[in-house]
Design a protein around this ligand. Structure first.
Ligand code: NGS
Length: 322
């Protein structure tokens, strides 16, 4: 090869490399590779699908019903506001982290269930943020923190089953299954149940405000207690990170339900940074056979030991060995 040919070949290789790098860059930076066209409910649909249900103490209140149209309509970006504040008007929060508006009758009672272990810094941010966020929604809620108080691998789904059992004993008709590292960004993402189970965090910053796959059903989910019971809750068998939410999704489909989402402008969340959890090496295998166990693995096979229940000023702390 003479010098001229060498230079020519070199230039072609250069261009090819440049082209390849450009495509890799575009692939990584743009959200096309995500499920950008998932089905969602628009602002007009939201009030059609919300299920109004409250606990007895709220239903007995002699007050005009709260109006939620302004909250959903305004849907402001709230992140910085609530993140920087302290928990304001603390005196309105009842022991155990329960709140309901005093000047109107809430139309939704929800139990926020948070599985937890060793994330103190995140918990502090979560509680501050969520109490400020939730009170502006004028709903009745209570935060249940379910802490895994043993050395076994973290079992997120089992902790949800425990929290759900306790929330139902406390009469809550609606469960919000909530990771401690996720914060809602838009004020109008009403923390209430819809007829169908709802995936609430479909526009997560970690995934560039899109969905990595349409059946993703983790992070934050709202589900009626009745439906949670019908599908036998979540599996108790997933130890470590991953798969339990996919199993949960399959349980919902197996009972002929489908899921819903609000439009992305309501469903924005930010994820607080943390070290990745240890993955569950067994999750693929569990998932392939999960349908055989839906009826025998879940709420009806739940065993655990409750070590303690502490009523803190901002949350109900349930310590369990699983
Ligand atoms: C999937 C996991 C889900 C998980 C989702 C998003 O791969 O449990 O990623 O995870 N499924 C399996 O591993 C089978 S995230 O990046 O948000 O931590 O929820």
């Amino acid at each position: 090869m003479n010098f001229k040919n060498f230079r020519k070949n070199y230039r072609i290789a250069d261009y090819a490399m440049f082209g390849l790098c450009t495509w890799i860059f575009i692939y990584c930076m743009l959200p096309w590779r995500f499920a950008s066209h998932y089905d969602f409910l628009t602002e007009e649909d939201i009030f059609e699908v919300l299920v109004e249900q409250v606990t007895n103490n709220i239903s007995l209140q002699q007050l005009p019903e709260c109006d939620y149209s302004a909250i959903v309509g305004e849907n402001a970006y709230t992140y910085l506001k609530h993140y920087q504040e302290k928990v304001l008007r603390n005196e309105e929060i009842l022991p155990g982290g329960e709140y309901y508006p005093r000047d109107c009758k809430a139309r939704f009672s929800v139990a926020i269930i948070v599985p937890y272990r060793q994330r103190e810094e995140q918990l502090h941010i979560f509680l501050t943020y969520m109490h400020n966020y939730l009170r502006q929604q004028r709903i009745h809620y209570r935060i249940f923190l379910v802490e895994q108080n043993d050395q076994l691998p973290f079992n997120r789904a089992k902790l949800f089953n425990i929290g759900a059992t306790i929330a139902v004993q406390n009469e809550f008709p609606c469960l919000i299954l909530h990771d401690v590292d996720l914060l809602p960004l838009n004020s109008g993402n009403l923390y209430a149940c819809t007829e169908k189970p709802r995936h609430m965090c479909s526009a997560l910053d970690k995934f560039r405000f899109n969905l990595p796959y349409t059946s993703l059903f983790g992070g934050v989910v709202a589900i009626r207690s009745e439906v949670y019971n019908i599908i036998n809750g979540m599996s108790n068998l997933y130890q470590g990170w991953g798969g339990e939410d996919d199993d949960f999704y399959e349980r919902i489909l197996a009972k002929q339900y489908s899921i819903c989402r609000f439009e992305p402008k309501y469903s924005g969340y930010t994820m607080l940074r943390h070290k990745p959890e240890t993955p569950n090496q067994n999750r693929g295998q569990l998932l392939t056979t999960s349908h055989l166990r839906f009826h025998i693995d879940g709420l009806n096979s739940l065993t655990f030991k409750e070590n303690e229940r502490r009523i803190h000023s901002l949350f109900t702390h349930i310590l369990v060995e699983i």
